[in-house]
Design a protein around this ligand. Sequence first.
Ligand code: PFF
Ligand code: NA
Length: 448
Amino acid sequence: MSKLAHAQWSSKMTFVLAAAGSAVGLGNIWKFPYMVGESGGAAFVLVYLVCIGLIGLPILIAEWLIGRRGQENPINAMADLAKRGGHFPAWVAVGISGVLGGFLILSFYSVIGGWSLYYTLGSVTGNFSGKDADGIGAVFTGMLGSPGLLLLWHTAFMVLVIGIVARGVTNGLEGAVRTLMPALVILMLVLVGYGITTGHFGEALAFMFSPDWGAVNGEVVLAAMGQAFFTLSLGMGIMMAYGSYLGEDVNLLSTARTVILLDTVIAVLAGLAIFPIVFANGLDLDSGPGLIFVTLPLAFGNMAGGTILGLMFFLLLTFAALTSAISLLEPAVEFMEERTSLSRVAATATCGIGVWLLGILALLSFNLLGDFLILGFNIFDLLDNLTSKILLPLTGLGAVVFAAWCLDRQGVAQELRLSGGAESLWVVVARYIAPLGVIAVFVNSLVG
Ligand code: PFF
Ligand code: NA
């Protein structure tokens, strides 16, 4: 396989958009608010922001560096770079666990993508109009209780993902992301505006930003770190795979800043949109994965033009989920395409069907398999916890340690366009702060 033959992004802009498209997704709008709600609010938010800056940023850059130098799928890239530098062959484990993590995450991500599709349709057919909190709640529980319905929408979502990935990553992605991101931000602002009219905005602000430090424990910090990994698509091979399509001209540091800023702004806006509605309607803060699916339809049902706004919102949520899901399948497909004789289409179908099957187990945990517990978790929660709290952080840890300790320091400094104090800062953060941060959180949550 000639290195030169490896495809590249058509422009710097496409890369930025694809990386942002991967980062911004259900993690921001669906997961962030419910994690904040479950973990007690502001203390979680602030720990999360620290994790994004001190751990997320260096690991994002480390993954791009590895991908760009390897110019191959994450598994081969790690194997080659380790070999070239005379390091342990075992470093390949970082690539393997990344590809595996992406695969596992997509299985349950697709189930939620399916909910989003179902709610898009429900907005069109007026399924939510004129309902109170109980009525909206009943739509949600009804959906969860129906394996057939969940299967239908999970399948529809996976068919879309497979269809797009089979045609190649860059086709169509650029245009989609370029229009959808701004639309998403505007719609979130409209929702925040609605939150202000509920009269409970102050309460929401206090909940999100005025911390009760007593609420911080090992569990909260681990959850915050896991969310930082999840939301930035770290530890899953994605950013490594995307980096492998990257030319030398892209400035990694400034690109990382852009992606992180956008991702964080959208997550915070989602929180500011959702919590006023939660307080205004006396809903449960810790209603978990269902949070946005019970709060937002309620808001849309009560505001002028709510039907059309609701439709737009769930459509955008679906698109955001799709652009992330596409990125999740990519590392596994890239691997199969480069390592086996399968064509791109066949590789995509193979991986996609595997993910789809696993997703069926995940969706059954809301109904038929609800009592089937492994280590005290149902299958959905097991996949979620296993990936975001263990697999992603460990893979990210491996990536940043490898980039900071095993790649040549001068070369990396040049590549990141850093010199002097800025370069030393990078070295301190990437060699010590980020890895020790990840390790400390683990140890703390084990003993805590
Ligand atoms: N970063 C995406 C989000 O926040 O929704 C989710 C995600 C995409 C997680 C891709 C992991 C991933 F590899
Ligand atoms: Na995200």
